[in-house]
Design a protein. Structure first.
Length: 184
């Protein structure tokens, strides 16, 4: 079934050069823009009045927000890298080499789970805990990146789905640990 879904999505590739370039952009470069935007947003977005008597309180709050947003994502990416070295599952263009010509080559035997999906699943969930509306946008960005990585031929849908689930689970565990720490 995973191969059927993969081949259905992959069939969208190699149709027009514009679409191929758009999908490659989403699969390879959208992530950098999303991370940069989030950093800028977290640094400059402020609700309330600035207390000039305690300027470092704002800086401390901003650093804490950035750490709360990015820590689960970074932990997820590290865990994904560890899992990839243990599992060693081939990418679609290796497993289906007669059928799949990827739009770009990325990795070899490191398909499962998708590190990008784990990172952005975790990032979207952690951003959702901080800013609900922005978190919804980051879930959409995570979905676009995941779909683009399937369409380009470098991931199976199960790689992406597992990445999202692992990333979200890691963020939920992280949030639970932080909540328990604050209560003590």
């Amino acid at each position: 079934m995973s191969n059927t879904i993969f081949l259905s999505l992959y069939s969208l590739a190699h149709q027009t050069s514009f679409f191929d370039e758009l999908v490659v952009f989403c699969a390879r470069y959208l992530q950098y823009f999303a991370i940069l935007f989030l950093l800028i947003y977290l640094i400059y977005h402020y609700v309330g009045e600035f207390d000039y008597r305690q300027p470092f309180l704002l800086i401390k709050t901003k650093i804490k927000e950035i750490l709360m947003a990015f820590s689960p994502a970074i932990i997820s990416w590290i865990i994904a890298e560890i899992l990839k070295t243990i599992i060693k599952y081939p990418r679609p263009f290796i497993l289906l080499k007669d059928t799949v010509q990827p739009l770009f080559v990325h990795g070899q035997m490191d398909s499962f789970p998708s590190g990008h999906a784990m990172f952005f699943g975790a990032l979207a969930m952690s951003v959702y805990f901080i800013h609900k509306r922005l978190g919804r946008i980051y879930f959409l960005i995570a979905l676009v990146i995941g779909l683009a990585r399937v369409i380009t031929g470098i991931h199976f849908p199960i790689d992406i789905l597992a990445g999202y689930l692992f990333g979200i689970l890691i963020t939920l565990i992280f949030e639970l640990l932080i909540k328990n720490y604050r209560e003590k």
